[in-house]
Structures are given as structure tokens and as C-alpha cells.
Design a protein around this ligand. Structure first.
Ligand SMILES: *[C@@H]1O[C@H](CO)[C@@H](O)[C@H](O)[C@H]1NC(C)=O
Ligand SMILES: *[C@@H]1O[C@H](CO)[C@@H](O)[C@H](O)[C@H]1NC(C)=O
Ligand SMILES: *[C@@H]1O[C@H](CO)[C@@H](O)[C@H](O)[C@H]1NC(C)=O
Ligand SMILES: *[C@@H]1O[C@H](CO)[C@@H](O)[C@H](O)[C@H]1NC(C)=O
Ligand SMILES: *[C@@H]1O[C@H](CO)[C@@H](O)[C@H](O)[C@H]1NC(C)=O
Ligand SMILES: *[C@@H]1O[C@H](CO)[C@@H](O)[C@H](O)[C@H]1NC(C)=O
Ligand SMILES: *[C@@H]1O[C@H](CO)[C@@H](O)[C@H](O)[C@H]1NC(C)=O
Ligand SMILES: *[C@@H]1O[C@H](CO)[C@@H](O)[C@H](O)[C@H]1NC(C)=O
Ligand SMILES: *[C@@H]1O[C@H](CO)[C@@H](O)[C@H](O)[C@H]1NC(C)=O
Ligand SMILES: *[C@@H]1O[C@H](CO)[C@@H](O)[C@H](O)[C@H]1NC(C)=O
Length: 433
């Protein structure tokens, strides 16, 4: 062994480096609707970039027609193997565009045609390394692949143009953000904070530990259930227009309220080959959406159980149907004291949903109520259940795409911590590979 290799080895032993990365997740409100964004550094020079958190998207999509001036961005050539792989096609007949748009996007490999052509781009993305306790030094990925499109504006109906610059794809694809920054595992974890002023956190390529103040490793408190990806029909407002997302599904077997199962048509709980039915996780839905028959069954059972707890419903506030005056509810650190909801999952584990996650507080002029935070998906809803952001807050979710398991913590509040308790003070001794 040469002397320099020896010193290099010594250096590596004394200063461990980490191949795991983190990013803060911020909660925003636009017109009273919450959504969540992941903060990364993108372009050269690096710019802070807020990307709508989307677990159902294959690619990161950045609105690079607005203010995108990176000196390192470059299009993906049409007939390149990268383009073939991105378009997921095997006959090498790639779709090309020679049009030039302003900013960083200049034609090349076309990823999607609707509603507009979106092009593939390559640029630098940077994230801090982590040991699961603190962020460390930044690591730059110079070959980060994403698409140039205004998909995030479409999803947010244009409301949040000034807040986010795009969306981040965390779906089951080789070009998702986790896949592109991971070296050693197919694991990422999300912890959404309920507070707009204190961010939650995403961990990439880190199976454990996940430390939250005061020194609690949440990876010790996870339950596991199978997870799988499948195309989901997500949009059917206009007749004959279907959209698909590459969604993550879990197997809900029953829903219990105060320990008693509600009546559910079991057929709805399975996702069929066309992408209807089943229970998927969505970080772009603020509240859980239930197919109408399940919704009615849940509301009625919840109303009945709350009656036995001496709770009297109050005038409902749209879009919710079951609300209670805040005055009439007792509250703990776990939220208002209301009937407990359990999602019974494959592997016979329960995802417990307590007041902080099942109820949302609405304060207006002369109104102060807690409402059951689920919405009616209507008849013919495309999924039986879509578990939305409010129900995910202060829960840690670990997506292991290698073993196809979801680790979930239920509310961290029961362990006296929360997603905003990650210690974001930088520790410069944490070096990336
Ligand atoms: C464009 O980006 C620069 C650098 O981040 C920023 O100072 C400027 O305000 C941005 N302009 C617009 C219109 O967003
Ligand atoms: C892409 O490759 C195909 C088949 O090799 C060829 O016919 C076509 O001209 C190429 N297109 C471009 C834009 O180079
Ligand atoms: C497609 O292109 C790749 C690389 O560009 C090449 O290796 C492969 O043989 C091509 N396949 C066909 C069917 O032309
Ligand atoms: C390539 O795709 C286009 C449109 O999808 C189609 O019109 C054309 O026939 C295809 N070419 C080959 C050689 O398969
Ligand atoms: C997403 O990627 C997966 C895996 O590559 C693929 O099967 C699926 O068709 C893609 N979905 C969309 C909507 O592009
Ligand atoms: C990722 O790429 C590998 C190798 O090309 C392939 O076997 C695998 O199916 C791809 N995964 C997805 C999710 O597309
Ligand atoms: C994987 O790790 C090697 C060093 O072990 C490093 O050079 C490479 O950049 C890493 N790749 C990613 C995607 O993290
Ligand atoms: C890669 O993962 C394995 C186990 O999955 C672990 O033992 C090993 O230390 C990891 N290597 C790095 C460089 O993180
Ligand atoms: C259960 O749902 C399926 C799928 O929507 C439907 O075809 C069936 O009629 C339903 N069964 C009952 C008893 O409502
Ligand atoms: C947060 O992390 C920093 C850097 O490691 C450390 O100095 C500080 O004590 C930590 N804060 C708490 C409250 O533990």
C-alpha cells in the first residue's frame, strides 16, 4: 500500500463519510389549502428551489421557463440511450423536438406531450449529507435528470406560482429524486410537519437512524406493511380524459372506529388492473378522500361513537361534514379527544389515527370548530381511499422499495416528539462520499 493510499484510508476511518442525504419539507397554505414542498439546491450557481412534494410522480418537474438561468443545464439529446430510457421505450423511436424555448429548455428529448411538450434536462442538484441526526456538508449531483414543465402549476391550479418552482417526483421510477441520489439502498423516509413555521424532513438512502429531539430514534418505533406501486387513475372530471400517476398503494383490510369495524364493500379495497380502487398515499391531497359509500359509513360510525363520548355535532363547515365546537372538546397533546380511527393493514398492523390527524381546526370570525378531516370522493371515485397530507403530519413514513415495505410510526406525538424536531443545525464534520 502506498503512503498516500494509507493516509487516505486513515482519513476515511477518522472522518466517516455518509451517502445519505436530507432535505427540509415545508408546509404552505394557499387559500386555506395546505400543501408541502421539499427544498433542494438546483442550478449553477446553486439556487434554493422549492418543489411540491409528490410521491406519485416519476420525474422531478421544474418550471424552467421562469427565471431558470443555470450555466450547467443541458438538454438530453433525442436519440441518446438516456432519452430512450426516460421515455421507457424499447424501439428507439424517441420523440424529438427542435423548438427552442427561452431559459434553460431547448428542445431535445420529449418526456410528455400533455398539456404541453415537456423536455428532459440535466443539471446540478445539491443536498446536505446526513448521519440521521444533523445535516452536514452539501453534496452536488452534477447529472441530475428532470423535466422542464409547469406540471406543479397545473396541480396547484396556478395558485402557488410564487411559492414553488416545480414538483419533486418520489414515485417508483429510476429517475425519481430518491433513485438519483441513492447509492446503497432503495429507501427514503418522509416526516411532514404540521406547522408552517418549523419544517419537517425527508431522508434519502438512509434506512436508520432518524433522530428527533430530544434524542429519539424513530426507526425504533416503526410498524411494517407491504407497499406496491401501480398506475392510478387520478383525473376523470372531463369525460374521457384520464390521467395516471405511478402511485404507492397499501393494503387496508378494515377501518375500525373505537375498535369497531365499519362496513366496507371489500371489492373497493383492491386496486384493479385499470387503476381503480385500493388505498394509495398522496402528498398532493391535503385531506384524505374516501369513496362515497366508505365515506358515509365512516361518518355515521364516527358520529355514533362520538355520541357515546357525549360529543354533539355542530354546524358543518365545507368541505367537511362532521364538526364539533372546540369549546365542547377536551384536548391533549395528541389533539382533541375524539373517537380513535385505526386502519388495519396487511401484516395485521394498525395505523392509529388520533385527534391531531383525524380532525382539523377551523377558526373564523365567530367560529371555532374541529372537523373530521376527510372529504367525499363521490360516487365512482377512482380510489377507495387516498390518504392525504393532514393525516400524514407528524407520522414518519419509510418507503423501502427494495423490500417493498412501508414503515410507519403512527403519530410521533405519542413518543413526545414531532417532525419539526429534527435538528437542522449543520454539523460540518458530516461529509458526503
Ligand atoms: C430570479 O432569480 C433571482 C436569483 O434567485 C432572484 O433574485 C429574482 O428575484 C428572480 N426573479 C423573479 C422574477 O422571480
Ligand atoms: C434517431 O434514430 C433513428 C434510428 O436510428 C433515426 O432514424 C433517426 O433519424 C434519429 N433521429 C435523430 C433526430 O437523430
Ligand atoms: C437502441 O439504442 C441503444 C443505445 O442507443 C442500442 O444499444 C440498442 O441496440 C438500440 N436498440 C434497437 C432495437 O435499435
Ligand atoms: C415512430 O413513432 C411515430 C409516432 O409515435 C410513428 O408515427 C412512426 O411510425 C414511428 N416510427 C417507427 C420507425 O416505428
Ligand atoms: C413511471 O415509471 C414506471 C417505471 O419505470 C413505469 O412503469 C410507468 O409507466 C411510469 N408512469 C408514468 C405515468 O409515466
Ligand atoms: C431501473 O433500471 C433497471 C436496469 O435498467 C431495470 O431493471 C429496472 O426495472 C428499472 N426500474 C424501474 C422502476 O423502472
Ligand atoms: C456512490 O458512491 C461513490 C463512492 O462510493 C461515489 O463516488 C458516487 O458519486 C456515489 N453515487 C451516488 C449517486 O451517490
Ligand atoms: C450499504 O448498505 C449496507 C447494508 O444495506 C451497509 O452494511 C453498508 O455499510 C452500506 N454502505 C455505505 C457506504 O453506506
Ligand atoms: C361493491 O363495489 C363494486 C365495485 O364498485 C360494485 O360493482 C358492487 O356492486 C359493490 N357491491 C355492493 C354490495 O354494493
Ligand atoms: C443540534 O445539533 C448541533 C450540531 O450537532 C448540536 O451542537 C446541538 O447541541 C444540537 N441541539 C440540541 C438541542 O441537541
Amino acid at each position: 500500500m502506498s503512503i498516500s493510499v494509507f493516509f487516505l484510508a486513515l482519513f476515511v476511518i477518522l472522518y466517516p463519510s455518509f451517502s445519505a442525504f436530507i432535505a427540509p419539507i415545508t408546509k404552505h397554505h394557499v387559500h386555506n389549502t395546505p400543501f408541502y414542498s421539499l427544498k433542494v439546491q438546483l442550478q449553477t450557481p446553486l439556487q434554493p428551489t422549492y418543489l411540491l412534494l409528490h410521491v406519485g410522480a416519476n420525474f422531478t418537474a421544474v418550471d424552467c421557463r421562469r427565471n431558470y438561468t443555470s450555466i450547467t443545464s443541458r438538454p438530453v439529446p433525442c436519440n441518446s440511450s438516456l432519452c430512450h430510457s426516460l421515455q421507457n421505450n424499447h424501439d428507439n423511436n424517441t420523440t424529438c423536438d427542435t423548438a427552442t424555448t427561452s431559459g434553460g429548455a431547448s428542445g431535445g428529448c420529449v418526456i410528455s406531450h400533455s398539456p404541453h411538450n415537456s423536455f428532459a434536462l440535466v443539471d446540478s442538484l445539491a443536498l446536505p449529507a446526513t448521519d440521521g441526526r444533523n445535516p452536514g456538508q452539501l453534496s452536488t449531483f452534477t447529472e441530475f435528470v428532470f423535466t422542464c414543465s409547469d406540471e406543479s402549476s397545473r396541480l396547484l391550479k396556478g395558485h402557488a406560482k410564487h411559492v414553488v418552482n416545480g414538483l419533486t417526483g418520489l414515485g417508483f421510477s429510476n429517475y425519481s429524486l430518491p433513485a438519483q441520489v441513492s447509492n446503497n439502498s432503495s429507501v427514503f423516509a418522509l416526516c411532514l410537519s404540521g406547522s408552517p413555521s418549523a419544517p419537517g424532513v425527508a431522508f434519502f438512502d438512509l434506512p436508520k437512524p432518524y433522530y428527533f429531539l430530544p434524542g429519539i430514534d424513530v426507526s425504533d418505533h416503526l410498524y411494517y406493511t407491504p407497499i406496491f406501486s401501480h398506475p392510478a387513475v387520478t383525473y376523470t372530471k372531463k369525460p374521457n380524459t384520464k390521467r395516471y400517476e405511478n402511485a404507492y398503494y397499501i393494503g387496508v383490510k378494515a377501518i375500525n372506529i373505537n375498535g369497531r369495524p365499519i362496513i366496507i364493500n371489500q371489492t373497493l379495497l383492491k386496486v384493479d388492473e385499470n387503476g381503480y380502487g385500493g388505498t394509495r398515499i398522496s402528498t398532493i391531497n391535503p385531506y384524505t378522500v374516501l369513496e362515497q359509500s366508505i365515506y358515509i359509513s365512516l361518518i355515521e360510525a364516527f358520529r355514533k361513537e362520538s355520541k357515546t363520548m357525549m360529543l354533539r355535532p355542530f354546524k358543518p363547515v365545507k368541505p367537511f361534514r362532521l364538526c364539533y365546537e372546540a369549546d365542547g372538546l377536551s384536548e391533549t397533546h395528541l389533539g382533541p379527544n375524539v373517537p380513535q380511527i385505526d386502519l388495519v393493514l396487511q401484516n395485521d398492523v394498525s395505523w392509529r389515527v388520533l385527534g391531531k390527524n383525524s380532525m382539523v381546526r377551523i377558526v373564523d370570525d365567530d367560529l371555532d370548530v374541529w372537523c373530521l378531516a376527510v372529504v367525499d370522493g363521490g360516487v365512482g371515485a377512482t380510489s377507495a381511499m387516498v390518504i392525504g397530507g393532514h393525516q400524514l403530519e407528524d407520522n414518519l413514513l419509510q418507503f423501502d422499495l427494495g423490500t417493498k415495505t412501508l414503515g410507519f410510526s403512527s403519530t410521533l406525538l405519542q413518543h413526545k416528539t414531532m417532525c419539526a424536531n429534527f435538528n437542522f443545525s449543520t454539523n460540518n464534520a458530516i461529509k458526503p462520499f
